[in-house]
Design a protein around this ligand. Sequence first.
Ligand code: ADP
Ligand code: MG
Length: 559
Amino acid sequence: DTHKETRQFQTEVSQLLHLMINALYSNKEIFLRELISNAADACDKLRFEALSDDALMEGQGELQIQVSFDKEARTITVRDNGIGMNREEVIQNIGTIARSGTREFISQLTGDQKKDAHLIGQFGVGFYSAFIVADRVTLTTRRAGMTPEHGVRWVSDGSGEFSVETVEKAERGTEVVLHLKADEDEFLDQWRLRHIITRYSDHIPLPIAMPGTDDKGEPNGEWDTVNRANALWTRPRSEITDDEYKAFYKHVGHDFEDPLAWTHNRVEGRQEYTSLLYIPTRAPFDLWDRDRRHGIKLYVQRVFIMDDAEHLMPTYLRFVRGVVDSSDLPLNISREILQSNKLIDGMRAGSVKKVLGLLEDMAANEPEKYQTFWDAFGRVMKEGPGEDYANREQIARLLRFASTHTGESAQTVSLADYVARMKEGQQHIYYITADSHTAALHSPHLEVFRKRGIEVLLLSDRVDEWLVSHLHEFDGKSLKSVAKGELDLGDTETEEEKQAQQAAEEKVKDLLPRIKAALEERVEDVRFSHRLTDSPACIVLSEHDMALYMQQLLKQAGQ
Ligand code: ADP
Ligand code: MG
């Protein structure tokens, strides 16, 4: 019983496949990069699982990726002896997209090839890119540790459905056969394929082999390694080209686009390790997804240990991708050791410093590039001061805000810019939080600040309340909400102004208790205010109250 069944692709997959094939056609050779990248990931996963179950290697620990083609059959085959998949995994991984926000993402696609290619790149099409050049794809796989009769074959023409059946597969791992479309014969060529591999996959730290040939070009029955197959990060910086760094990023970062920046360091001393860390150019569309993957791969002495090593990067730097390779951790490290380990903590602290340093350099020397970074990841960075107390000053220097100085919603103003523009006698850094930039910009609380020419930071990201509850000062100046507590304009008021205010206050002294009586316990207090110049009254929170819109949010959430 082979249990053959035919299933529909999830609607999203069908739509994506269709749009993707058009959008990426001008760059179609990347299908090979994607399949090799998956094969390499599968080998990494096997290594990781074998840490706790050596039997998974089935006595065959030499991991390899093989690429071959058949001119007559018009097929290209990519084979690996990695982890493989069982039936459920095949159905789950290839045929559905389980990431939240997929539907919304697809609705943004326009049919405009250039625009869509960008968006799809951000999404990452991976395996499905096979259908750019193939009109039928056969994937045969067996999960490591299962017996040969538990192989699975998946077949699809990419148009809406796929079939799965149980087959016999002697070797563990996955074999993907592409049946090429009518006009894709250019890929049935030894040199063309070799060229693509060295161009896009040279850095893969496993051997990628193609059938060897003799002097006459006839197959000699051996496999030749085509790529360099050494770990890119172990080479000296000066010998690695930008293109090599970028190609490696696309593999570790599962990204189609070039990275924005990277930092590559060998650390010696108390601890020895190498890190190669990348900042992506754009946020993945599921940056806010709780199940998002962490982007750091951990190696020990060039041997892959684990993916998405969450202990190597704090949450507010979750967009960072790359590898950390330790010389000190034991090769037979257990998963438990990874949970809490001084060496891991040390590498994490060092890596965070490198990333913050990289960002600081970028902010100083390439402000436009830094703005690109901030627009993509600023809201994540704002979690930093709350999460990483030790580095909060450095993080604070990296923050950017909208402010009344520009009046625009773009977040371009640093705290240092603000401080440099502070008025004579001004002691605080003023900000206002609101649920939108427009609401912040038009708040009556700003009237007196406008009149006095005092700049106010306009905070309207959800994370901003969290940020200001952890960031209390910068450069010796405290951050102060213009909407909370007593208004303290420091020494920016002249003596005359103060006297005039006192006189005015005296005049309406009797009014306050009457208003207070009318409002009863709906308010805590009614005060004479110097905040307003045009509006007659406004609501003010006491120093420790939650912002009004946060209160509303919680109320909506039923709290
Ligand atoms: P990604 O690599 O970003 O996860 P892909 O579309 O390239 O996305 O692959 C989808 C999933 O299919 C992978 O995450 C993996 O679980 C599975 N997969 C693909 N190719 C292989 C393979 N050669 N061996 C094992 N699993 C694979
Ligand atoms: Mg992939």
